[in-house]
Design a protein around this ligand. Sequence first.
Ligand SMILES: [Zn+2]
Length: 162
Amino acid sequence: MLAVVAHPDDEAFGLGALLALLSDGGVPATVLCFTHGEASTLHGRPGDLHTVRAGEFARAARELGVQRVELAGHPDGGLSDMPLDRLTAHVTGLIREERPSHLLVFDTGGVTGHLDHQRATEAALSAARRAGVEVLGWTLPQEVADRLNAEFGTSFTGRGPA
Ligand SMILES: [Zn+2]
């Protein structure tokens, strides 16, 4: 499995349960994260976020049983301004090295609506198409997204049962 995400913590809060389940079942997993998450406003921690979040990413990967992590240095909040081919090339390189049967991504709407999430998925889908690799997308039930948005003023996107 190759998971492709935008920020440190996306692999844990979004995909963590599945990554841990795969690890428990002996499925090797790699996570590619495009940014260090340095633009987060949710931290409430002292220190340089570029470094703090890289450390959190590495620790989360160990907890989840992820075998390999790749943390790229693209700008947090700026993925949608980057050439898609450049991001796709990262994914393609890891597909060549790790030979995953599947990629694991956030849904095309980014789940939280974050543009970086959408762009990370776009790059993964582009690479998967070229390599002929299947893709699994994580999404929320629409009613859960609606409830989160109503309660917290967020921009989650979900899917109907079909
Ligand atoms: Zn994120």
